[in-house]
Ligand binder design. Structure first.
Ligand code: FAD
Length: 505
């Protein structure tokens, strides 16, 4: 049976939840979420909001400037200003739907200082990840409010009718069916595992970028793939676990193999608050200079950090201890890994795309983080974009004309996928590392074009969408003939000094 809804949301991460929550508050009914997992949301440790009683004198204006600056002046200022202006409302929305945050002994809200921010403004939980708490409290409340949640449903295609969105094709237990809705919200997260291994769970596959493009959506900032800088490389039991960048705010040091705090050479004020791209760049230089760790990274030194502080990050501390690594006893070997995606569907202040009826929220949309995302801002952007998108949908109205039925055109050929997808990924991953060269980007683009034009990929829509996603990223990376933020070009290695300024705390 094909379902019909007023608003169909692809995803059930934080951006989807706040979209549905605010739509419900605004009296819009017949909302449905379709997803095949929880995405990055359960892993969110830090989420930023500037609250009126911030003890450091923080302001939404300062928050906005931090985002623009950390994004190397590339973020869409209107979107960033709007997000900063509504920061308190985003926090209040989460509170209304039952989310709680950790407090200090004096009753004030606990604030952490994470990468890229002038002031501590990151809210958290100290007994579990705040993302887990969000999922646990919001999902049942939304269901109780009448929102339909279709778990184990993968959205495999977007439907359009005369240029406007008309619904989506979903896959559940191997069967494909159509879902019709005059408003579709892409809340499917970022690019995650598009190129292979990343910090993201398996449900974030990145083919969704190609899906949006095929539906006619304009994309933005596609070259800006974040690399998480402090991912554990060893011991094997903890490998892949991202150390929170808040560890640097808690007093952690970054050292090379000679024990030198190398970041101080370019950032004398210390490691706390350093942007992720600066850490990645400087660590890469240490490795190139032969001062890296045995697994090709550098060291995070937490030996002097108070044990009680380390224990207030239980998911991290416990995983290290269970792997036989005591962070008060030994340095941690860390390195970069593909992480969040700052590009995506281009949106306006209502989070509407150029395709009528298609909205995009959270990591699915681009334009906010620019060339480098402040830590803890993916969560706040997901929460706020969902809220603002719902208000935009309510303002613009849900089109009354019901979409017409149409046949499923999505194609599946698992044998072709098994043969071709690894090839497609390898082409992308080879050219899209932290350091990129124009020659390699161009060659990878040509290799993918050859595959796309050969018609071979048409047998399997998922593989074709993935190839299209990678092709867009390659082209954007080739077009940006400079090093900026997370995008480093070996053939244009010098970053404009105007972008090198780092924050003083
Ligand atoms: C290990 C880790 C740690 C992180 N730590 C932080 C942090 O501390 N602070 C911070 O701000 N950010 C952090 N992030 C980033 C953050 O998790 C994401 O940016 C954020 O969750 C984005 O929210 P979202 O709702 O847009 O997407 P997600 O939370 O990724 O949710 C996407 C949803 O879409 C679904 N989906 C995907 N594809 C499809 C499809 N084809 N069909 C149907 N459903 C689909 C997924 O199953 C999921 O339900 C972290 C990420 C990871 C992986």
């Amino acid at each position: 049976m094909n379902e019909r809804h007023q608003v169909a949301i692809a995803g059930m991460g934080l951006a989807a939840l706040t979209t549905a929550a605010r739509l419900t508050e605004l009296g819009i009914t017949e909302i449905a979420l379709y997803a095949n997992g929880f995405g990055g949301t359960p892993y969110i440790a830090a989420i930023n909001f500037v609250l009126p009683d911030n003890p450091y004198g923080d302001t939404p204006e300062q928050y906005c400037e931090d985002m623009i600056h950390a994004g190397y002046e590339i973020g869409n200022r209107e979107l960033v200003q709007d997000m900063a202006r509504h920061t308190v409302e985003g926090y209040e929305l989460l509170r209304r739907w039952g989310v709680t945050f950790a407090h200090n002994a004096d009753g004030s809200i606990k604030l952490r200082h994470v990468s890229g921010h002038t002031y501590p403004r990151s809210l958290c939980q100290t007994t579990e990840l705040i993302g887990e708490e969000i999922m646990k409290v919001m999902l049942p409340k939304l269901e109780a409010a009448g929102v339909k949640i279709y778990r184990n449903c993968q959205v495999v295609d977007l439907l359009t009718e005369q240029g406007a969105v008309a619904g989506m094709t979903v896959r559940e237990q191997g069967k494909l069916r159509q879902v019709y809705a005059p408003v579709v919200v892409a809340a499917w997260g970022g690019a995650g595992n598009l190129l292979g291994k990343s910090t993201y769970p398996g449900d974030i596959q990145g083919n969704t970028l190609g899906m949006a493009k095929k539906a006619g959506a304009e994309m933005v900032d596609m070259e800006f793939m974040e690399f998480e800088p402090l991912v554990i490389l060893d011991p094997p039991g903890a490998a892949g676990e991202p150390s929170p960048t808040a560890m640097l705010g808690e007093g952690g040091y970054l050292r090379n193999a000679e024990g030198e705090r190398f970041l101080l050479r370019v950032r004398p004020q210390g490691e706390a608050g350093a942007s992720k791209s600066l850490i990645n760049r400087e660590a890469w230089k240490e490795v190139q200079a032969g001062k890296g760790s045995p697994h090709g990274g550098v060291y995070l030194d937490l030996r002097h950090v108070d044990r009680a502080v380390l224990k207030s990050y239980p998911w991290f501390f416990d995983r290290l201890m269970h792997s036989g690594c005591d962070p008060n006893e030994q340095q941690l070997e860390i390195g970069p890994m593909v992480h969040s995606f700052s590009g995506g569907i281009q949106v306006n202040l209502d989070y509407a795309s150029n395709v009528p009826g298609l909205y995009a929220v959270g990591e699915a949309c681009g334009g906010i983080h620019g060339a480098c995302r402040c830590a803890g801002n993916a969560g706040s952007q997901a929460a706020l974009s969902g809220m603002l998108c719902a208000e935009g949908i309510a303002r613009n109205g849900v089109p009354e004309k019901a979409p017409q039925e149409q046949p499923v055109t999505y194609r599946e050929d698992l044998a072709a996928r098994e043969r071709l997808l690894p090839k497609v990924r390898e082409i992308g991953a080879g050219a899209l590392g932290i350091y990129r060269s124009g020659k390699e980007l161009a060659a990878a683009g040509e290799a993918l074009d050859a595959l796309l034009q050969s018609g071979e990929l048409r047998a399997d829509s998922f593989t074709e969408q993935s190839a299209l996603s990678i092709r867009m990223i390659l082209q954007a990376a080739l077009n940006r003939r400079e090093s900026r933020g997370t995008h480093n070009r070996l053939d244009y290695p010098e970053m404009d000094p105007a972008y090198e300024r780092e924050f003083t705390i």
